[in-house]
Design a protein around this ligand. Structure first.
Ligand code: SF4
Length: 308
């Protein structure tokens, strides 16, 4: 299907294509799932973060993982299908936008799928809606999100892996600068929305120092975020295939360290993840921030400041 997709628009670096499916909503199952439903309006992501774990979604389409950031598929918008999909979502369910793509990447300016989907949620109540992004474009939809927050629990999480703009440029070359992302946190928080910051994925030896994570947590607090969390880097095979050549180019001195850290597979060992969790908990306590957004749905707080 991907190979036959019509080319919608070719930009200098990124080609946009169309992808038609049977549903815009994905059901999550299994005990380790934090959400009931996920929505990814695009396949691929032109931010092209070097560590991106979602490259596997291009593998599913038999495309090279390197094309994840240069061949972006926009799902065909079908309002009737979306409304039909939403009938399956029950009050209390968590629906997460942007789990395998950035739903506010530049393609959104062209296609507006997120806006249409959020508008399609109008009138629904009792849902938990989670939006995760690195993009300042999410501020555009502050009005729709605020309307939804009157009847649902709405959470917006901005991912900021480092406040060091130079390092961010090397790791996440095409994503908005960290200060712009924090600016959106401030803007949405000022509009009464529940906003959090994720420093995930934490890159060993690059973004895991206490000062580095402290700078993100501090900026999050100052911007008005309610929550902060950070999970370690996860490198499945498709991600490793892009990350390792980049690491060898940019930080050759770390190659051996990473090979050892990930010698047993995609995950860091339990010792490292416990160490990181303790560090993050300490930072949360220091800055008065609440815990993870990715807690099981039943544990997500429902309290949200509402506008009258
Ligand atoms: S913004 Fe997210 S989905 Fe996009 S490339 Fe970066 S990690 Fe992947």
């Amino acid at each position: 299907m991907a190979a036959e997709s019509p080319l919608l628009e070719a930009k200098r670096r990124v080609a946009y294509l169309e992808l038609t499916g049977r549903s815009l909503l994905n059901r999550c199952s299994g005990q380790r799932q934090y959400f009931d439903w996920t929505v990814n309006p695009y396949r691929g992501c032109e931010y092209g973060c070097q560590y991106c774990y979602a490259r596997y979604t291009h593998e599913f389409m038999n495309l090279p993982v390197e094309e994840f950031e240069t061949r972006v598929f926009a799902k065909t918008w079908d309002e009737a299908m979306w409304r039909r999909d939403l009938r399956r979502v029950k009050p209390g369910d968590t629906i997460a936008f942007g789990t395998a793509t950035d739903c506010y990447q530049p393609a959104e300016r062209r296609f507006g799928l997120m806006r249409k989907m959020l508008e399609g949620l109008a009138g629904r109540s009792g849902m938990r809606i989670l939006v995760t992004t690195k993009s300042d474009l999410v501020a555009r939809d502050g009005d729709v999100l605020r309307d939804l927050a009157r009847q649902n629990s709405v959470r917006i999480v901005l991912t900021v892996t480092t406040m060091n703009a130079e390092l961010a440029r090397r790791i996440e070359a095409y994503a908005p600068r960290p200060d712009l992302r924090m600016g959106v946190v401030a803007e949405l928080a000022a509009r009464g929305l529940g906003v959090g910051v994720s420093a995930s994925p934490v890159l060993p030896w690059l973004t895991d120092r206490e000062e580095s994570l402290d700078a993100v947590a501090r900026a999050a607090r100052e911007a008005g975020a309610m929550t902060f969390y950070a999970r370690p880097l996860f490198l499945r095979e498709s991600a490793w295939a892009v990350f390792l050549p980049w690491l060898k180019r940019e930080f050759p001195e770390l190659e051996t360290c990473y090979r050892r850290r990930f010698a047993r597979g995609a995950h860091v060992d339990r010792h490292y993840s416990n160490w990181l969790e303790e560090r993050v908990e300490r930072l949360r306590a220091r800055h008065g921030l609440a815990g993870r957004w990715e807690a099981p749905a039943a544990q997500l707080p429902l309290q949200l400041p509402l506008f009258s």
